[in-house]
Design a protein around this ligand. Structure first.
Ligand code: SAM
Ligand code: SF4
Length: 484
């Protein structure tokens, strides 16, 4: 059976797209392999949110050149946010002439055609590719840049495994045009999937063993705006909350301007919706926010956080911040620093501003904060956040938390609390897919260690026995485990 290998970098949406592609290649009759050496089809799923991510993709492409020269029959494809308009595809084809196909995010049809033409696999159901036919944005043809990397980086899928946690894209694209961001140019206009379709997909995942889903969107809280009857994220939560067998519902990423009180209340009231909100603030200064084209003020953001804390007891909060945005003075940066100090997020994803060709900021605002100053601001935020996160995590010492066990690596089981804290524990029995109680024994800024509370633990191995089947369900029950 011909093998395929998918390398993924970037945000969770990329990881979800890779899972979807893996499902399609499975259906075509190919099998996943754990290294490029045994693969007949290699796909790089790229990210260009920041220059550093783009550099990694270019490096990976370069490293495959010799392999392709030695094995001309190998199918090598590039997808993800590095691939833009037809004009940009032509430029990529010139630069990387040894690559067989350049596919925009979710544009998997041409790859499946090549696979069929070369006799590597059969035909597959392509209904789920409809969303790829997305409207172009005005000006998109002129965007030439790339984007995404950093703290969200995935890496090489080193193994296939059944998993109790699934990604579910519910809204594609983005209608905001933050001046620094390439995503709308690459992922197109906002479009929500019909609610019933999502519920059906999640039912299928649950039937395949999933206990947790993470609903994905660049602006998840805008879900439904473009659908008839305008259901919102709270409606979707409500429907999924009723699904028997589904224990946890997560969601990423929320935009401060769309996080309604209705959604916040739903998070607090629906038992299966996890109390973790990722709410990127990007900057703690009104002038910088306006120049970023983020349509809220710092005080409005503060009130939103207060509302979440009021309605969702025990909520954990994470945010994204860009330091060194063009024109950001030291005093304006200090505004961001003080806001992070005041709110005390559980996690802060911080990045140095990286101009992305084609975006408004790259075209019109000089990148005038020096690299040394950006690095210093990054360091200050990282240092501040390490202290805050350590304090918050150490407050959990001795408490019992429940995790869903997602994988085993380095001899330890690993899972996350409802509040998205990573916890490790050692035990020789099979805990994959179980909701296990752990007493927190060690806490750092980044993760927790725990000890199994044996008297409250479920039976080990039960989940794997339940989901075990002779052949994995196509697409649904199989997923790629991504490691950095
Ligand atoms: N949709 C989300 C939002 O509204 O914030 C974020 C999506 S973006 C793909 C992920 C993160 O990358 C952003 O929150 C931002 O902090 C960072 N990012 C995007 N463009 C960037 C740039 N040009 N330079 C540095 N960081 C950037
Ligand atoms: Fe990019 Fe802004 Fe859209 Fe987020 S909301 S994806 S930062 S344009």
């Amino acid at each position: 059976m011909p093998g395929y290998y998918i390398w993924t970098i970037g945000c969770q949406m990329n990881k979800a797209d890779s899972e979807r592609l893996a499902g399609l290649l499975d259906q075509a009759g190919l099998q996943p392999v754990s290294s490029v050496d045994g693969a007949s089809v290699i796909v790089l799923n790229s990210c260009v949110v920041r220059q550093s991510a783009e550099d990694r993709v270019v490096g990976k492409l370069g490293s495959l050149k010799a392999l392709k020269r030695a094995r001309p029959d190998l199918v090598l494809a590039l997808t993800g946010c590095m691939v833009g308009s037809e004009r940009e595809k032509a430029a990529l084809a010139k630069r990387f002439a040894y690559v067989d196909a350049f596919l925009r995010p979710l544009e998997f049809g041409p790859l499946l055609d090549i696979v069929a033409e070369r006799g590597l696999g059969g035909d597959v159901q392509r209904d789920c590719l409809e969303m790829a036919a997305r409207p172009m944005r005005v000006g998109e043809e002129h965007a030439v840049g790339l984007d995404l990397d950093g703290e969200h980086d995935g890496g090489i899928p080193d193994a296939l495994d059944i998993t109790p946690a699934k990604w579910v894209p519910v809204i594609y694209g983005c209608d905001y045009m933050c001046t620094y961001c390439i995503v709308p140019f690459r992922r197109g206009r906002e479009r929500s999937r019909p609610l019933a379709e999502i519920v059906d997909e999640v039912k299928g995942f649950v039937a395949g063993g999933a206990r947790e889903v993470t609903l994905l969107g660049q602006t998840i809280d805008r879900y439904g705006n473009d659908l008839p009857g305008r259901p919102d994220l709270a409606d979707l939560f409500d429907r999924l909350n009723d699904l028997a067998g589904l224990d946890r519902i997560r969601f990423l990423t929320s935009h401060p301007s769309d996080m309604s009180e209705r959604i916040v209340r739903a998070i607090g009231e629906l038992p299966r919706v996890c109390e973790h909100v990722n709410l990127p603030v990007q900057a703690g200064d009104d002038e910088i926010l306006a120049r970023m084209r983020r349509p809220y003020k710092v005080d409005e953001y503060r009130r939103l956080i207060d509302g979440i804390r009021r309605h969702v007891p025990g909520a954990s909060l994470s945010t994204d911040v860009i330091v060194g945005f063009p024109g950001e003075t030291r005093a304006q940066f200090e505004g961001t620093y003080r806001l992070l100090e005041e709110i005390g997020f559980d996690v802060v994803h911080v990045a140095m501003y990286s101009p992305r060709p084609g975006t408004h900021a790259a075209r019109s605002i000089p990148d005038d904060v020096s690299r040394a100053e950006k690095k210093e601001r990054l360091r200050l935020v990282e240092e501040l956040q390490a202290g805050i996160a350590r304090r918050l995590n150490q407050a959990l010492l001795g408490q019992t938390v429940e995790i869903l066990v997602e994988e085993r690596s380095g001899g330890k089981w690993q899972g996350r609390t409802r509040t998205n804290k990573i916890v490790f524990f050692a035990d020789e029995r099979d805990w994959l897919g179980e909701l296990v109680p752990l007493r927190v024994s060690h806490a750092t800024a980044w993760s927790l260690q725990g000890e199994l509370v044996a008297e409250q633990a479920p039976a080990p191995g039960a989940w794997r026995a339940r989901v075990a089947r002779p052949a994995p369900a196509r697409g649904a029950a199989i997923s790629l485990r991504l490691v950095s």
